[in-house]
Design a protein around this ligand. Structure first.
Ligand code: GDP
Ligand code: IMO
Ligand code: MG
Length: 424
């Protein structure tokens, strides 16, 4: 059995959590492959909203196993809060959740280092979620990190101490004003580690391999989006992991030949939180309408998301590097009521028209070239069948499919599980 992937094609927050939840009934296992609590994946069903950060979005389905893969970084404190919330909902997570021994742990000092690094950058800051993601992946690649499997070892606290001491020296080096009480942070951290230890730790690559062999179906859940990928995103305004399809291989231990469908998910427009270039960003009433109607506020930090038109240059690029086989379009309902819709089909790059994503997409180099579409006025949120969709929406979708040469198989028309239209 192959592993299917679901990943974001823009700057995150495309609606991955919702669609993983929708697709979960087709899979035995949902496995997160990268990122950490910088992610905020929203699920809405039975009139209730749930936000997950580290826990895979299959957790609300009773018969599904949820794996936190080796590519994920775990903050035990945030993880414990997520578990407590699940317990309040009556979710029996102990049975349903397996953690890779090779996943790295975010220490309290990683979070402080994130804050110190951002403060030292001033205006050039990344706009990090300040969850310690960058510093934790730096310790991973620097070969200094602490992994989930380490906390089963007798001497792990010595390793913790020497790493935390080193981090404190590094914080001083930044020479910025970061106030903290490490003792308090450590009390909370070690309590959360005790909770983490009550869960099942596995050698996840072996588990997934055996599961595949026995015919189990697996969906790998990405976090962030392709334009935040450490290699292919808008560097340095990116996250510190590979958010693209390749990240599923390294983050779960699956081979490229074992990948089946690649579901690429995108909003019918574009959003971005934090700093960095965004060629189709709007600073007018249209952008404000998208933000307002789409409730565009970060699920992790609550920060307002920047909004703009759909960027096909960036989307085409994301489809290419991920080998997307099916597209999923989210938040079409938010565009109802716009008289005219615009889609960026090419860039004017230093005076030349180009259709690929260049090295540098900063504002001074790139002006989007738009194709305009007639909008639709119909409310899409009650629609359940493709046959109900207005002609103008179908025209919009047909155009995207033709440009990207990939079918759009699902159209989402609201946050709820049920507000999902399957197209053939
Ligand atoms: P993720 O990080 O990719 O899982 O996405 P987020 O949860 O951060 O952000 C997506 C937001 O859009 C959440 O508030 C969802 O509840 C909401 N959402 C998802 N799909 C739709 C949709 O089709 N229409 C509308 N209006 N909201 C949606
Ligand atoms: P989900 O999984 C949107 C952004 C941050 C910042 C940059 C680096 O919910 O789609 P980091 O904390 O990783 O060092 O921040 O990446 N970012 C996200 N933006 N959705 C996310 O996750 C994000 N995770 C990180 O805003 O610009
Ligand atoms: Mg999100």
């Amino acid at each position: 059995m192959a592993v299917d992937l679901l990943l974001g094609l823009q700057w995150g927050d495309e609606g991955k959590g919702k669609i993983v939840d929708v697709l979960t009934s087709k899979y035995n296992i949902i496995a997160r492959f990268q990122g950490g609590p910088n992610a905020g994946h929203t699920l809405v069903f039975n009139g209730k909203k749930h936000v997950l950060h580290t826990i895979p979005s299959g957790i609300f389905h009773e018969d599904t196993v949820n794996v936190v893969g080796n590519g994920v970084v775990i903050d035990p404190v945030i993880f414990k809060k997520e578990l407590d919330k699940l317990a309040e909902q009556g979710v029996d997570y102990k049975k349903a959740l397996l953690i890779s021994r090779k996943a790295h742990i975010i220490l309290p000092t990683h979070r402080l280092l994130d804050a110190a690094s951002e403060a030292s950058k001033g205006k050039a800051k990344i706009g990090s979620t300040l969850k310690g993601i960058g510093p934790t992946y730096m310790d991973k690649t620097g070969r200094n990190g602490i992994r989930v499997g380490d906390i089963e070892l007798a001497d792990w606290k010595d390793k913790y101490r020497s790493l935390a001491d080193k981090h404190e020296d590094m914080i001083k080096f930044y020479n910025v004003d970061i106030q903290y009480n490490l003792k308090e942070l450590e009390t909370e951290f070690f309590e959360a580690i005790a909770t983490l230890k009550t869960l099942t730790f596995i050698d996840s690559e072996e588990y997934l391999h055996q599961s595949m062999k026995s015919g189990q179906t697996i969906l790998a859940e990405g976090a962030q989006g392709s334009l935040l990928d450490i290699d292919f995103g808008t560097y340095p305004f990116v996250t510190s992991s590979n958010t693209t399809a390749a990240g599923a291989c390294t983050g779960l231990g699956i081979a490229p030949t074992q990948i089946g469908e690649v579901f690429g998910i995108f909003k019918a427009y574009t959003t971005r939180v934090g700093s960095g270039p965004f060629p189709t960003e709007l600073f007018d009433a249209d952008g404000e309408t998208m933000a307002k109607v789409g409730h565009e506020f970060g699920a992790t930090t609550g920060r307002p998301r920047r909004c703009g038109w759909l960027d096909l240059v960036a989307l085409r690029y994301a489809c290419q590097i991920n080998g997307v086989t099916q597209l999923i379009m989210m938040k079409g309902d938010v565009l109802s009521g716009f008289k005219t819709l615009k889609v960026c089909t090419a860039y004017n790059y230093k005076g030349e028209e180009i259709t690929h994503l260049p090295f540098n997409i900063e504002e001074e180099n790139v002006t989007p070239i738009y194709t305009e579409f007639k909008g639709w006025n119909e409310d899409l949120t009650e629609m359940t069948e493709a046959s109900q969709m207005p002609k103008a929406l179908n025209d919009y979708i047909d155009f995207l499919e033709k440009e990207l040469e990939i079918p759009i198989t699902i159209v989402s028309v609201g946050p709820d599980r049920k507000q999902t239209i399957v197209r053939q």
